[in-house]
Write a protein that binds this ligand. Structure first.
Ligand SMILES: Nc1nc2c(ncn2[C@@H]2O[C@H](COP(=O)(O)OP(=O)(O)OP(=O)(O)O)[C@@H](O)[C@H]2O)c(=O)[nH]1
Length: 238
């Protein structure tokens, strides 16, 4: 299960003034979907800020990280770009699903088969004990290829609703951004992953707590709040 429920505790003879700065939290987000839907491009776009010139099929898993500032806290967003091809997944699959904080399911809006595969990807997550308490989102990629659309927004939205996931339609390739209008395909890759990070941070605020008065000594516990178990969340900024 997700490791973000675990507490980060500093105890012993430390006083609050001598506490080391809290270490940077890492949010592990796995990106899952059929081969060729654009997982590498989406993760690269978020972490490197641009569309990659060339990609090859992912073998096993690739990691990409980006340090972001959320409400004054530095958080490392660690994206696990998983292989879509079965033959490249086998040996690594157990590692993907350890200590996952959030899941991003990706399909290609120009490839109906990639959309039809989603139940199998969801099932695989369930088989690895990722329950509904782990935030998940659905991303339809390649919205720049409007003329080749095979999955309508309505169909995708129905699917997302039935699985209590927010839906984002985007393009790892097009510049995107609010200046491009209010239509769904302007959902920005940046905003999508930042929304996930905000959700995780709001579920797991880092709080300074003290033990009950009777046992209070020089110890200060720095711990994370318990999981609120929120579901059915949505993007407020997109
Ligand atoms: N037009 C367009 N092409 C895209 C977009 N995203 C990815 N592609 C292209 O789709 C192809 C596959 O992209 P990848 O990111 O490698 O796909 P993947 O899901 O990581 O594939 P696997 O590693 O095999 O699982 C590449 O040729 C990309 O250039 C997009 O938003 N728009």
């Amino acid at each position: 299960m997700a490791g973000i429920g675990s507490s980060l505790e500093f105890s012993g003879s430390l006083t609050s003034s001598s506490l080391p700065p809290p270490r940077t939290r890492i949010f592990k987000i796995i990106v899952i979907g059929d081969s060729g839907v654009g997982k590498t491009c989406l993760t690269y776009r978020f972490c490197a800020g641009k569309f990659p010139e060339k990609t090859e099929a992912t073998i096993g898993v690739d990691f990409r990280e980006r340090l972001v500032d959320i409400d004054g806290e530095k958080i490392k967003i660690q994206l696990w770009d998983t292989a879509g091809q079965e033959r490249f997944r086998k040996s690594m699959v157990q590692h993907y699903y350890r200590n996952v904080h959030a899941i991003v399911f990706v399909y290609d809006v120009t490839n109906a088969a990639s959309f039809r595969s989603l139940p199998a990807w969801i099932e695989e997550c369930q088989q690895h004990a990722l329950g509904s308490e782990v935030p998940r989102i659905l991303v339809g990629n390649k919205c720049d290829l409007r003329d080749s659309l095979q999955v309508s927004t309505d169909t995708a939205q129905q699917f997302a609703d039935s699985h209590s996931m927010p839906l984002f339609e985007t393009s790892a390739k097009s510049p995107g951004g609010p200046e491009e209008g209010t239509h769904r395909d302007s959902d920005h890759v940046e905003a999508i992953f930042m929304t996930v990070a905000h959700k995780l941070k709001s579920q797991k605020p880092l709080i300074l707590s003290q033990p009950p008065a009777e046992s209070r000594g020089p110890t200060v516990n720095l711990s994370r709040a318990r999981d609120e178990g929120g579901r059915g969340w949505s993007c407020s900024s997109c």
